[in-house]
Design a binder for this molecule. Structure first.
Ligand SMILES: NC(=O)c1ccc[n+]([C@@H]2O[C@H](COP(=O)([O-])OP(=O)(O)OC[C@H]3O[C@@H](n4cnc5c(N)ncnc54)[C@H](O)[C@@H]3O)[C@@H](O)[C@H]2O)c1
Length: 338
């Protein structure tokens, strides 16, 4: 079976491809290696993938429909895992158009190619950020998510509703996965754990937003990959129990389309200061804190209800941050030789 993974040289894409290759799948990875963060890190991940049997590397932009069409024509993937996107809540405040290109145009291109390519299941990355202004915790997929706080989140919410239209009109099974703050080896340089580690090792202060008064449902990368792979193997189906004749039809499933949305979160929200203290322990060094106000577009807390995921695929994340951060630090020290 051939699986197409977009964003393959990215943090989550790289680990997902590795797991699929270990399971004996043929994997085609697309990534444009853009310079949102150091392309050398993306290239290093891509080099590891390229050395594995069964992997085909494509450097390309999913906003380019012709490129995408030729990849689908050549490889005829049965399953597509769309992880390519412009990520980052804070960056979207200053750079809206890269989100429009990758997350909106690129996503419609993926939908079109899946529709015409007879793809059996499209799995795509959404985000916990779509819960936006919601304050009832933990966040359940059945909650309404109309109050977006950033353009990034708005584009991901758009992906979910566009996917429903294709699932309905063309019978394309789609599953959206709302990832909650993913961390681990080969992680993203724009995210807190990477930035904190780099700064602490260089004896520089770390920027702590909302003065540390934040809670995140951090999710270890291996747990994310386990969820992605299990979900991908189980195409979405319409739910006969879904009701349209209520004030708030459940937005995470559908009675008229093979469509699902799942949270994938660590399940144990951790205060930011606990996360920092754990990192200090792993590094054997104290951080100097630069306490700052809340960033525009950001939310103070996230917490995932993962009941639906567990019921559907018999699994939910559980790696504690003490284990996950230690593994990240081990990778960081080896990779950067510090
Ligand atoms: N890491 C997290 O905590 C997190 C949380 C929620 C959602 N997500 C989502 O998960 C997905 C993967 O995130 P990640 O952390 O691995 O990010 P990442 O930036 O490391 O990976 C994304 C990859 O996609 C590539 N890419 C971007 N635009 C592209 C385009 N137009 N065409 C081809 N390739 C393109 C980038 O070069 C990058 O390698 C993204 O959709 C992101 O929005 C991530």
């Amino acid at each position: 079976m051939t699986v197409l993974v977009t964003g393959a040289a990215g943090f989550i894409g790289f680990h997902t491809c590795l797991r699929l290759l270990e399971a004996g799948r043929q994997v085609v990875g697309i990534d444009n290696r853009n310079a949102y963060y150091d392309p050398a890190l993306k290239q290093a991940r891509a080099d590891i993938l390229a050395a594995r049997e069964g992997y085909t590397d494509v450097i390309g932009n999913i906003a380019n429909l012709d490129m995408l069409k030729s990849v689908f024509a050549e490889h005829a993937p049965e399953v597509v895992i769309n992880l390519a996107a412009q990520a980052g809540v804070r960056y979207s405040v200053e750079n809206p158009f890269s989100y429009v290109s990758s997350n909106l145009v690129g996503f419609v291109n993926i939908l079109e190619c899946c529709r015409h390519g007879g793809v059996k299941h499209l799995v795509y990355a959404s985000t916990s950020s779509v819960f936006g202004a919601n304050a009832e915790m933990p966040f359940a997929e059945s909650q309404g998510t109309a109050h977006q706080m950033s353009l990034y989140a708005a584009t991901k919410k758009s992906n979910e509703v566009m996917a429903h239209s294709y699932s309905h009109l063309f019978g394309l099974p789609t599953t959206g996965l709302r990832f909650f703050t993913v961390y681990g080896p080969w992680g993203r340089p724009d995210m807190a754990l990477f930035k904190f580690t780099k700064a602490i090792l260089a004896d520089e202060p770390i920027d702590v937003f909302n003065r540390g008064e934040m809670t995140r449902d951090f999710t270890y990368i291996d747990d994310i990959v386990e969820g992605v792979v299990r979900v991908a193997a189980q195409p979405a189906a319409a739910d006969p129990a879904w009701r349209a004749d209520t004030a708030n039809p459940d937005p995470s499933r559908s009675g008229i389309a093979p469509y699902r949305i799942f949270n994938i979160g660590g399940g144990t929200p951790v205060p930011l200061m606990t996360y920092i203290n754990t990192l200090e322990t792993c590094l054997g060094k104290k951080a100097t804190l630069n306490l700052l106000p809340m960033q525009p577009g950001d939310v103070p807390a996230t917490a995932a209800d993962t009941t639906a995921l567990r019921e559907a695929v018999g699994y939910a994340p559980s790696t504690p941050v003490s284990v996950g951060i230690a593994r990240f630090v081990e990778w960081y020290r080896a990779y950067f030789k510090v």
